[in-house]
Design a protein around this ligand. Structure first.
Ligand code: HGY
Ligand code: MN
Ligand code: MN
Ligand code: MN
Length: 399
């Protein structure tokens, strides 16, 4: 399985992945998913939002146990973030068949579209649409860097964008969703465990900062006469680091666009995108307010107008205790003490938790590095993750 998936969308130079929503690489990943489903005799379908499902049992019966994740990536992302969950789901089903278990509930494996939001700037588009957390209007307004809208991209990829929207009936037929994911941090490496259970997802969001200055000649404009937005942007990046350190949170300006973007031109406009996350809402609010205030004060000094737009936000997700405790009981059956850990990374399981009991399993990441070609996970740990997922699915879906 892994060998067929690994080359798709991989950049030979960096070794990272560029699997963006509704692109050729995404189409190849979808073809891979469909082939895995059909080769196992599962009922394959794509839902109104382009999410993929592979069913064992009646998709309409209800109370299904679903597992899966996503196959898309961030720019130059790693091999495991997303794919490990999807591959482990198929491998866990193979394991359950080897065990000869009898299923008492429908089981499904899912691939949620556009989880990373790398192309249109909003994470978890497929699951947000399904859960009614992204309106059709807002979805139609999403544009990529070339000005192509989400509906246009879907259409070009052969999907009818006219059907996108909330899918409450589908979600109502799910009794539990369990997502396995490579840990994006080092908690399991530090605790010495191969697998852990998620407790919560930190609240996190994305804010667009527009720094409006005055275009001018880089070589002839005196420093005192400049209204240089790049200066204000740079001061804001430093303020973001300072505010996050003070609060024990995280804040990242990872994306920037400059107009006119000429080496010898003072920019007229600098746009910076802030990703910030904290263990609780109050802390996040403090950090965001502090960064905005610092940006505006700096803007006053530089003669630069600063405008801030919140582009997306995901409130804290506390995974449902009953399901989480059931996983702990299943995985702790031989007395093993399964670690429970929080995460700053967003996931489809977090979005779906508004409509469905959801839980997450994490697999050890020996370096903690993610959203990078250097992301890795040990083979033994991946096998342990499949075994744990198979145990969980057997405990939840089999007699
Ligand atoms: O940004 C995130 O946390 C997720 O990987 N989309
Ligand atoms: Mn990710
Ligand atoms: Mn992911
Ligand atoms: Mn994620």
């Amino acid at each position: 399985m892994w060998r067929e998936l690994a080359p798709i969308g991989r950049n030979a130079g960096s070794g990272g992945y560029r699997r963006y929503a509704w692109t050729a690489a995404d189409a190849d990943c979808r073809e891979w998913f469909k082939a895995q489903a059909l080769s196992r005799g599962l009922t394959y379908e794509t839902d109104r939002n382009g999410n993929q499902w592979a069913w064992l049992g009646d998709p309409l019966a209800g109370d299904a146990v679903v597992t899966g994740s996503h196959l898309d990536s961030v720019p130059d992302g790693g091999a495991f973030d997303g794919p490990l969950g999807v591959v482990s789901s198929f491998a866990a089903l193979d394991e359950l068949r080897r065990r000869g278990v009898e299923f008492s509930r429908p089981l499904a494996i899912s691939n949620f579209g556009d989880e990373e939001g790398a192309r249109f700037g909003l994470a978890c588009v497929g699951s947000r649409l399904a859960a009614g957390q992204l309106t059709v209007d807002k979805a139609h307004q999403l544009r990529d860097g070339d000005g192509i809208s989400l509906p246009q991209a879907m259409e070009k990829a052969g999907y009818d964008p006219g059907t996108i929207g909330a899918d409450p009936e589908r979600l109502a037929r799910i009794g539990a969703f369990v997502e396995l994911h490579v840990e994006q941090g080092r908690a399991l490496d530090l605790s010495g465990d191969a697998v852990g259970i998620a407790s919560a997802i930190w609240p996190h969001g994305r804010w667009r900062y527009d720094f409006h200055g005055e275009a001018n000649h880089a070589g002839t404009t005196r420093l005192v006469d400049r209204r240089d937005p790049m200066l204000t942007y740079a001061g804001t990046v430093l303020a973001a680091r300072r505010e996050a350190e003070l609060a024990g949170a995280v804040a990242t300006f990872g994306k920037i666009s400059v107009e006119p973007n000429g080496v010898n031109a003072i920019p007229s406009l600098v746009r910076g995108w802030l990703d910030s996350r904290a263990a609780d809402q109050a802390t996040l609010d403090t950090v965001i307010a502090g960064i905005e205030q610092a940006a505006k004060e700096r803007g006053e000094r530089d003669g630069v107008d600063v405008r801030v737009t919140r582009e997306s936000f995901t409130p804290v997700v506390e995974f449902e205790h009953a399901l989480r405790d059931e996983l702990a009981k299943i995985l702790g059956k031989d007395g093993a003490d399964v670690p429970v850990l929080g995460t700053g990374a967003g996931h489809d399981a977090g979005i779906l938790s508004s409509s469905v009991p959801t839980a997450m399993l994490f697999v050890r990441n020996p370096t903690g590095v993610s959203h990078s070609p250097a992301e890795t996970a040990g083979e033994d740990d991946c096998v342990a993750g499949v075994g744990a997922l198979a145990d969980v699915l057997e405990g939840l879906a089999c007699r």
